[in-house]
Design a protein around this ligand. Sequence first.
Ligand SMILES: *Cc1c(COP(=O)(O)O)cnc(C)c1O
Length: 417
Amino acid sequence: MNAIHYREDDLYIEDLPLSEIAAQFGTPAYIYSEAALTGAFESYRAAFANLDPLLCYAVKANSNLSILRHFARLGCGFDIVSGGELARVLAAGADARKVVFSGVGKSEQEMIEALNADIKCFNVESLNELLKLNTVAGRIGKTAPISLRVNPDVDAQTHPYISTGLKDNKFGIAYDAALDIYQQAKSLPHLHIVGIDCHIGSQLTDAAPLIDALDRLLGLIDQLSSAGIALHHLDIGGGLGIRYRDETLPDLSAFAQALSERLQGRGLQLVMEPGRSLVGNAGILLTRLEYLKLGEHKNFAVVDAAMNDLMRPSLYSAYHGILPVTRREHLATITVDVVGPICESSDFLGKDRQLAIMEGDLLAVMSCGAYGSTMASNYNTRTRAIEVMVSGDQTRVIRSRETLDELLANEKSCLDK
Ligand SMILES: *Cc1c(COP(=O)(O)O)cnc(C)c1O
């Protein structure tokens, strides 16, 4: 059964009605299902069982410490993109030997912190980063394990939705330059080559571009091998999509089978960096309808969550399902834009939705587990939402609601200086 489902006319998460959760914790609130987190992780593990990959959860999708700790306890590794995320995974009890560090702009300070933590691998994104890492590692008496993030430049014509795997973006090292940069890496004394990686895009609803990317990397691995450079692991990044609306998604087992065939006999450890697909459908944003504003041409449902809580609709015109927490069969359905209180026309959570609702009702904005709370801001001096984990009929606050005192502290302390 889906973790988030109706029983009669009431929307539940696991064994709890969302109306009870709202009464106890208030709104807006991010609510997660622990069973859904575990379920998503286990379906990866089951589908890829015979490849035994190291799953490095992409922390930026949702970096709540309790969620990180949950994944760490399941045996998961982590893909981090900042020193801040390194601090988070260490605080959550992660095994640093399962941590890979991605990102185009690693600072010296971040390199030092990650070297001192003895992480598994730096996913290096440029020659200059490689040179800096060698210098920094040498200065503190360490050897940096590295992989190059290669841009496989999979065909954009064939795969129009690929966004980060193409030549003209800021991520990764050009395919044609990779061999030469690996050779330079080999000659640098404070680096140790351990792998190769790529990450071609996000919310992929087809595995074909990932398989094309893998084929490109395997071609490069063969060239490296001829040049006397042997790798220990191959990291194919993240990017598998989730169902927000009616997307059809790649079959994990078929994808795993395609990978198995290609990796057989190569002795490479497979690493994957799923983010969205591990957390996206495990969480919702719970919000209350403040005002129904019925107009001649348009109706608005003004709710107490806003673009500062969930930026994806404003930022990418992303679609999130919006469900009433109590279904009202006898109320007329109207077409509304679900909007927040922020002073921006782009402050919407959903457009042209058919809902039978009245003021005071609760709404669940679906599929908010990934890139929801992590992208939240304090715009309009709105405090950040509470986050609650549900397991069965139990609730646990995993981030308390931010207070105005906390929000203003760094400025108040400067007022009379
Ligand atoms: C964001 C990111 C991921 C995770 O992407 P999803 O689409 O959430 O799976 C993995 N690897 C890198 C390098 C990323 O930047």
